[in-house]
Ligand binder design. Structure first.
Ligand code: NAD
Length: 504
C-alpha cells in the first residue's frame, strides 16, 4: 500500500532524487528493512516511498505487520534489564558513537531526508546536526539523573527520591522532522535506561531506517533500539494496548494525539504528546521593522512552513502595518520555490498532498472573506504538492487561517491596536505551543511573557529550539516535554524511599 498518491506531471527535474540516491556510498541505507530484535526484516510486502516534489517512486521498504511489532515488544522487554544496569556513562558512550556516525554520514542522511520529505537540502543538513545534538546532549544528561534528599518530617528517618527508568518506551514520529524527532525521543529514553521502539511516518521511512543502521553500528544491543515501518493504525495498536510499553511519545496532529491518549488509557502508560501549534507572532510599533520582518520570515517559512513552531498568526500594530506588509511581501518575493535537491531552493513541496490542499483551502477561505492575497509565484504551476509562498493581509479572526494551524508557506498578517487587545486575541485559541513577541520595551516584554498562554516563547528572536530547552505546549498542543532534563524525566519513574528507625 502506498501512502502518497501524487502522480502529477512534474515541472521539476525528473529523476533527480533517484540519481542522488543511486550515488549514495551507503547502499544499505536503501535496503528498506525494519530492525527487529537485532535482525533486518526485508521480506514480505513492500510500501513505496515517493518524492513529494515529482510524485516519482524512489524506493520501497518492508511493511511490518502487528505480529512483528509483538516480536519487537518482547525483544525490547528482554533487553531492558541489561540496558538498565549499564552505567549511564557506558550508555552515553554508545549514544555519542551513534551521534558521531550520524555526523560522519550527514550528507547521505540529508539526501535521504530531502528525497522523501522534500525540504531544501540545506535545511536537511541542519536537521542532521540538530538531531545528532540530542544524542550528545542526552548522553551527558543521563549521568545527571539526580534524585533528591528531603529534609525529614519524621524523627530518626532519612528521605530519598530516586529516578529509575520506566521500562520499554515507544515513539510514533512525524514526517516533518523525520530524523530529529526520532533522536529527540530516543536520545532521552535510551539515556534514561529504557529500550525504545520507533514507528516513523510512512512517508519518511528511509531516514529512520538509516538511523537504525547507524544505531546498530554504534553498538546498541539487540532489542534496545528498533524501527518498524508500516500501517500506522496496525502498528500502533499493539503499542497502545501492551502493558509492557510503559511510555509512549508522539509528535503529530492533535486529532491523532487524542486518539492515542484514549487508546493508551486501558494500559495506563505515561504518554507525552507534542501536537499542533498555531503560534501568534506579535510585532509592536517600537521595533526595528527590518529585524521584525526577518524574524517573521524565518518563523513562517522554515521547513516550507511545515513546522509546529511556525508563526501562523502575525499580529502587527496598526501604525506600522502597511510598512510591515510591504517589506514582508518584498522579502517573500525573493524565496525560490523548487525541488529540495536543487541548490538554490528555499521552499520545497509539501510532504503530503493533504497539507498542500489545506493551505489552498485556507487561502480560498480568506480571500472569500475579504483578505488580500499576494503570491510569490502568481500563475505558475508548480505541481500538486507545491504551495507558492503567499501573504494574506487584512486577515480577520473569523477566517480559517486565524483559527487553525495551516502547516504550509502561507503567512496571515493581522492588524491590532492595543496590547490588551492583541494578548486577548493571541490567547483566544486552544493551541498553545509557541509564541513570539517583537518589542523594544523590556517592561512590555516581561509583562506579556507572563500573560501569553504557550509552552515556548521567543522575545525578539525566531530561533530558540535545541537540546537543552523543554520543548512542548500548553492546552491542546500537548502533554509533557522533550529535550532538557524534563525530557529525560518523561522516561523515568520517581521512587520515594524512607529509611526509618535510624536512631542509634
Ligand atoms: P498525523 O498526526 O496523521 O501523523 C503523525 C504521525 O502519526 C505519523 O507517524 C503517522 O503515521 C501517525 N498516525 C497517523 N494516524 C495514526 C493513527 N490513527 N494511529 C497511530 N498513528 C497514527 O499528521 P498528518 O496527517 O500527517 O498531518 C496533519 C497535520 O498534523 C499537519 O497539518 C499538522 O497540523 C500536524 N502535524 C504536526 C506535527 C508537529 O510537528 N507537531 C508533525 C506532523 C503533523
Amino acid at each position: 500500500m502506498a501512502f502518497q498518491t501524487t502522480r502529477q506531471k512534474s515541472p521539476h527535474p525528473v529523476g533527480l532524487a533517484t540519481r542522488c540516491l543511486q550515488n549514495l556510498r551507503r547502499r544499505d541505507f536503501l535496503a528498506g528493512g525494519a530492525l527487529v530484535d537485532g535482525h533486518w526484516v526485508t521480506g514480505g510486502e513492500r510500501d513505496l516511498v515517493i518524492d513529494p516534489a515529482t510524485g516519482e517512486e524512489i524506493a520501497d521498504v518492508a511493511r511490518c505487520a502487528a505480529a512483528e511489532m509483538e516480536v519487537a515488544i518482547a525483544a525490547a522487554e528482554r533487553s531492558f534489564p541489561a540496558w538498565r544496569e549499564l552505567l549511564p556513562a557506558r550508555r552515553g558512550a554508545i549514544l555519542r558513537s551513534w551521534a558521531s556516525l550520524m555526523l560522519e554520514h550527514a550528507e547521505e542522511l540529508a539526501i535521504l531526508v530531502t528525497s522523501e520529505q522534500g525540504k531544501p537540502l540545506a535545511e536537511a543538513r541542519h536537521e542532521i546536526a540538530y538531531g545528532a545534538g540530542f544524542l550528545e546532549w542526552f548522553a551527558a544528561e543521563g549521568e545527571r539523573a539526580y534524585g533528591e534528599t528531603i529534609p525529614s518530617h519524621k524523627v530518626g528517618s532519612l528521605l530519598q527520591v530516586r529516578m529509575q527508568p520506566i521500562g520499554v518506551a515507544a515513539a510514533i514520529t512525524p514526517w516533518n522532522f523525520p530524523v530529529a524527532m526520532i533522536t529527540r525521543k530516543a536520545g532521552a529514553a535510551l539515556a534514561a535506561g529504557c529500550p525504545i521502539i520507533v514507528k516513523p511516518a510512512p512517508e519518511t521511512p528511509l531516514s529512520a531506517l538509516a538511523l537504525a543502521r547507524l544505531a546498530e553500528e554504534a553498538g546498541f544491543p539487540p532489542g534496545v533500539f528498533q524501527v518498524l515501518v508500516g500501517n500506522p493504525i496496525e502498528l500502533s495498536a499493539p503499542l497502545l494496548k501492551d502493558r509492557r510499553i510503559r511510555a509512549l511519545s508522539f509528535t503529530g496532529s492533535t486529532e491523532v494525539g487524542r486518539l492515542l491518549l484514549e487508546g493508551a488509557a486501558e494500559s495506563i502508560k505515561k504518554v507525552s504528546l507534542e501536537l499542533g501549534g498555531h503560534a501568534p507572532f506579535l510585532v509592536f510599533d517600537d521595533v526595528d521593522l527590518e529585524k521584525a520582518v526577518k524574524g517573521a520570515m524565518a518563523a513562517k517559512f522554515a521547513t516550507s512552513g511545515q513546522d509546529c513552531l511556525a508563526a501562523n498568526r502575525i499580529y502587527v500594530q496598526r501604525s506600522i502595518y502597511s510598512g510591515f506588509v510591504d517589506a514582508f511581501a518584498a522579502a517573500m518575493g525573493q524565496l525560490k520555490v523548487g525541488h529540495g535537491l536543487e541548490p538554490a531552493t528555499d521552499i520545497g513541496p509539501m510532504t503530503k498532498l493533504s497539507v498542500a490542499n489545506k493551505c489552498r483551502s485556507h487561502i480560498d477561505d480568506a480571500i472569500k472573506k475579504g483578505a488580500r492575497a499576494v503570491s510569490a509565484k502568481p500563475g505558475v504551476s508548480l505541481g500538486a504538492n507545491f504551495v507558492a509562498p503567499t501573504l494574506l493581509s487584512e486577515v480577520t479572526e473569523d477566517m480559517l487561517i486565524a483559527r487553525e494551524e495551516t502547516f504550509g508557506p502561507v503567512a496571515a498578517i493581522l492588524p491590532f491596536d492595543s496590547e490588551e487587545e492583541v494578548i486577548a486575541r493571541a490567547n483566544a485559541n486552544e493551541m498553545g505551543l509557541a509564541g513570539y513577541i517583537y518589542t523594544d520595551s523590556l517592561r512590555r516584554a516581561m509583562r506579556l511573557s507572563e500573560q501569553i498562554e504557550c509552552g515556548m516563547l521567543g522575545i525578539n528572536t525566531a530561533s530558540f529550539t535545541g537540546p537543552p530547552i523543554p520543548f512542548g505546549g500548553w492546552k491542546q498542543s500537548g502533554l509533557g516535554r522533550e529535550g532538557s532534563r524534563h525530557g529525560l524525566a518523561e522516561y523515568m519513574e520517581l521512587k520515594y524511599v524512607c529509611f526509618g528507625d535510624l536512631a542509634a
